[in-house]
Design a protein around this ligand. Structure first.
Ligand code: SF4
Length: 960
């Protein structure tokens, strides 16, 4: 009441004061009053609640909600802890970075760890079973209700996530977590002392090694029967899917010659049902052979879908309790329990320590300990701003394996063991390649592989087989060898501490460790950038990086230096200073590598002839160390080879360049890069040759060339599969999409937005989003333009009730942004490359895709080299067609979807129109005409469309 009766003239001070005064009363009442279940809803928590959109700010206190100015909101929040949702986002909208309060998301993470929640008022309401607020003005009331619902949940004797909550709350209270005082009266002390997380987690079990798979030749009729079983008796039979499943079966036939796998390339139009199409033969083969199939994806979204669909073929658990389907990720994705223990015991302080407690709550209920894309909410880390999540994983390779007290409960070890016993392993391209290159146990390397989203295999191989010698990389190596530079950073220890027993018991091993540690002390360390800028580098690597920086700035002609981007220069005809510094740096790296090789030899000798003190745990730890050592020795060898090349002739297999990495005009790294000109060459050797059957499949595997000629359309898919580097001839198959693109989609090329006219571009985006009523995915080729457009239109759209979110602007991770977009049909989302190919939003939430301009490839050194080797301008066109096809693919995800694909570029070349599915109408129109067509929905009336290109493999093609 108090706020509702204030007059605008005296509002600013008095509201904040009023809230402050009422806070004490409300807080006391809230803590004292038990949560009572109403007829349908729990009582709201009567604390002040704040909500800020782009358009306005609302504060609710004493039962009334009012719009207030940003300044008032800041004062209110500074004086009293207010209820809010997503504090960093509210802070960004108020322009007040220090904003804090009672964030409902933190409370949700405590009360319901490992449960999904979209981090918006609407998402929170849905997660808690509350009515969704009708508009922004209703959000503060929702926040009070949500707080009430959470208190009701913890007061319920049946609260599912009660275990460990009381103990965690004691720690959180000591850390002055604002929610501790609110929750405490409602969480009863358990009668029996709660078990500590590390004691409560289950241990994994050792299992016998899996036998080699039996060689079986399966009948196509059996695959069709299996497919019918998986799709269900009621499902309509899809000819494209049946043909696809039979084609996929062929990679499971016994291999005829060593080093020559069955290789299949399968173009699978969106909507043919490709997932079950390959899971059917995979399930049949695993049952008949007892072997394991790996399915590799590029996006986490597809991993989630695969996990869901695999339930049709495999049970969640076998009779012995083991899982037949396992999602496997890189170790840097999983929680390291030892790092968490360090964080809980003083390694983290302040807000990061609160994060560690919430992560510990989650770890007790997580299905697999996956922190990135698993059941840990993607938004949790961003609430705490710093890199807390990353430091709780094993991203630095410091695992001490069996020397770790939590080894038998370790999520990473559990995942590795489960995947060795699984029928189906769902992984990602990078992990599959790394695993193929350096799996600890060669018997665990995948031999039957399906690369879904196969059009990304080339890029994944490009990154996996790259070499980068940089300040950041060398500092990482230094930390691994010598330990942390500063004291008091938790457990992190160097090689000497991890292998203390070897150092003291084996003279040669001890000397090798000492020599490696001494040599590694010459690697870059904290403060390297300042020393280089001052002309005072330390050690030979910093000296090299200083010379690289000087040469790069001297030779760069891109103009990127002035616009804040990174700069680069070819590693050719380098100045004498760089060559000389490279020689010294190579010597310094060899001085580290040589003792590491000696140490590796000693570890092998210890394992071959174990001393008395070496128990099973010690043995496992030394095996782990030997594996980690081999990886670092390879890394050092790669760097030395790269440096050796700088002064000599170019190697035609590689592209080498120097770079100063910058972001927003600030330098953050200096590097020498090496990439394979064709990364499918090492891919073929490491992944294809050892395998027995491999399939690459995707909706955009083949190229939609202008000519429509089959050979031309397959040429790049074959070249980018690695087939040219092995003796196998790939089997090709194609199934076209059953979707009615011609009737349900329109491509509009807007002809009156001039390139470089930012106000016009922003205006066009705003008007398109307004005409469409939200549901727009806006794709940009430059972050700078994305931010500028967002800054100009977000307020205007918010006032119209059209929320706008953006990658690189909102403090929210990309996966969560997509969840938010999917959840609200009036929301729109702006983003860059990751969204062009990673968004699967069927239905109303995505009804228009807008491309700001033709997605030309960036003309960097690597691109120039590949362009020259692959046909010049035709290579560029192929890349653009692929990007356009991927972006267009976001629009129609199910047979009921319909919408517009808009390109805001008058200079869109006609030759690229073949990128769109055959028959899709393409119209060149003004912005006004485009808006009219948007408002009218997809229709094909008067205007004669341009043809969208040839019949792209329009008939289901089955070629061999
Ligand atoms: S075994 Fe390694 S990764 Fe697992 S908890 Fe221990 S140190 Fe961390």
């Amino acid at each position: 009441m108090l706020l509702a009766t204030r007059q605008p003239a005296c509002r600013t001070a008095s509201r904040a004061e009023a809230v402050t005064r009422s806070w004490g009363r409300a807080f006391t009442t809230a803590l004292a009053s038990p949560i009572t279940d109403g007829v349908n809803l729990p009582d709201p928590l009567p604390l002040p609640a704040l909500h800020a959109s782009h358009g306005s700010t609302w504060l609710r206190a004493d039962g009334a909600t009012q719009a207030i100015a940003k300044g008032e909101a800041i004062m209110a929040a500074a004086d009293t802890p207010v209820l809010l949702i997503n504090a960093p986002l509210v802070a960004a909208r108020l322009g007040y970075p220090d904003l804090s309060g009672l964030d409902l998301l933190e409370a949700f993470a405590f009360v319901h760890p490992a449960r999904f929640c979209v981090p918006t008022p609407r998402g929170l309401a849905e997660a808690l079973g509350l009515p969704v607020p009708a508009g922004d003005a209703d959000v503060p009331a929702l926040l009070q209700q949500a707080a009430g619902a959470l208190l009701a949940a913890v007061s319920d004797p049946e609260w599912f996530e009660r275990a460990g909550a009381w103990s965690a709350l004691q720690s959180l209270e000591r850390l002055r977590w604002p929610w501790a005082q609110v929750l405490k009266p409602h969480i009863a002390k358990p009668e029996k002392a709660e078990r500590w997380l590390f004691a409560a987690l289950p241990e994994w079990e050792e299992a016998p090694e899996r036998a080699q798979p039996r060689q079986v030749d399966l009948a196509p009729a059996d695959v069709l029967a299996e497919l019918a079983r998986l799709t269900g008796a009621e499902a309509e039979q899809r000819e494209g899917q049946r043909a696809y499943a039979q084609d996929a079966l062929r990679i499971f036939a016994p291999r005829a010659a060593k080093g020559v796998p069955h290789l299949a390339l399968a173009q699978a139009g969106t909507g043919i049902g490709k997932t079950l199409g390959y899971l059917a033969p995979a399930a049949l083969w695993t049952r008949a052979s007892g072997g394991t199939v790996w399915v590799s994806t590029f996006t986490k979204n597809l991993q989630r879908q695969l996990r869901r669909e695999s339930r049709r073929a495999w049970p969640v658990k076998r009779a012995d309790g083991s899982p037949p389907v396992v999602v496997r990720k890189g170790r840097e994705n999983y929680l390291c329990l030892l790092n968490l223990e360090d964080a809980l015991q003083g390694g983290f302080a302040g807000r990061p320590a609160v994060l560690a407690q919430l992560v510990a709550r989650w770890a007790a209920f997580s299905s697999d300990g996956d922190m990135i894309g698993g059941d840990l909410p993607g938004w949790l880390g961003t609430l705490f701003r710093k890199r807390g999540i990353a430091s709780l994983t094993d991203s630095r390779g410091e695992c001490i394996y069996a020397g770790c007290p939590h080894y038998r409960k370790c999520f990473i070890e559990r995942a590795a063991r489960s995947s060795a016993q699984a029928d189906l392993v769902i992984a990602n391209h990078a992990l599959v390649m790394v695993n193929a290159a350096r799996a600890r146990d060669p018997a665990q390397r995948p031999t039957r592989l399906i690369f879904d989203e196969g059009h990304h295999v080339f890029d994944a191989a490009d990154s996996t087989f790259a070499a980068t010698l940089s300040a950041q990389e060398t500092m990482e190596l230094k930390r691994w060898i010598t330990g942390p530079e500063r004291e008091g950073r938790g457990r992190r220890r160097g090689l000497a501490a991890r292998l203390a027993d070897i150092a003291s018991d084996d003279e040669v091993g001890g000397e090798a460790i000492a020599a490696a540690v001494k040599a590694a002390s010459q690697l870059p360390s904290e403060g390297w950038m300042a020393r280089i800028h001052e002309g005072n580098p330390f050690g030979p690597i910093e000296a090299l990086l200083a010379a690289v920086r000087t040469a790069t700035y001297a030779r760069d002609e891109s103009g990127a230096a002035d616009s804040g981007y990174g700069i680069e220069t070819e590693a050719a005809d380098l100045p004498g200073e760089v060559i000389e510094a490279a020689g010294n740096a190579a010597d310094a790296l060899a001085a580290i590598r040589v003792p590491l090789i000696r140490l590796g030899g000693r570890l092998e000798a210890v394992l071959a002839d174990p001393p008395d003190w070496l128990d099973a745990q010690g043995r496992a730890r030394i095996e782990g160390a030997r594996f980690a050592l081999a990886w670092r020795i390879d890394l050092l060898g790669g760097w030395e080879a790269l440096l050796a090349r700088l002064g000599g002739p170019a190697d035609p297999d590689f592209v080498d360049w120097l770079a100063v990495e910058r972001s927003e005009a600030r330098e953050f790294d200096i590097a020498i890069h090496r990439r394979w000109l064709d990364p499918m060459k090492p891919f073929a050797r490491v992944v294809l040759e050892p395998a027995h059957g491999v399939m690459l499949t995707s909706a955009t595997l083949t190229d939609r060339t202008e000519s429509g000629d089959d050979d031309a359309q397959w040429a790049s898919a074959i070249a980018r599969s690695g087939a040219a580097h092995i003796a196998a001839r790939p089997m090709l198959s194609a199934a076209s999409s059953p979707f009615d693109y011609a009737g349900r989609a329109e491509v509009l090329i807007v002809t009156d937005i001039r390139k470089g006219d930012l106000p016009a571009l922003a205006g066009a985006y705003a008007r398109i989003i307004e005409a469409s009523g939200g549901g727009v995915l806006g794709l940009f080729t430059a972050i700078r333009r994305l931010r500028a457009v967002y800054g100009r239109i977000a307020d205007r759209l918010a006032r119209a009730g059209l929320p706008l979110y953006a990658q690189h602007v909102d403090p929210i991770d990309t996966g969560t942004l997509v969840d938010i977009f999917r959840d609200d049909a009036r929301a729109s989302l702006l983003g860059t490359d990751a969204l062009r190919d990673g968004v699967d939003v069927p239905g109303q939430s995505l009804r228009c895709v807008v491309l700001e301009q033709v997605p030309w490839p960036r003309p960097d050194i690597l691109h120039k080299a590949r362009r020259a080797a692959n046909g010049g301008a035709a290579y560029d066109d192929r890349i653009i067609r692929a990007r356009l096809a991927q972006a267009f693919g976001r629009l129609i995800r199910s047979k009921d979807d319909a919408g517009h694909f808009i390109v805001l570029s008058p200079a869109f070349p006609t030759r690229l129109l073949s990128a769109f599915p055959q028959g899709t109408p393409v119209l060149r129109v003004t912005l006004d005409e485009a808006l009219q067509r948007l408002a009218a929905g997809v229709s094909r009336e008067d205007t004669a469309p341009e043809p969208s290109g040839p019949d792209h493999l329009s008939k289901d093609a089955r070629l061999t």
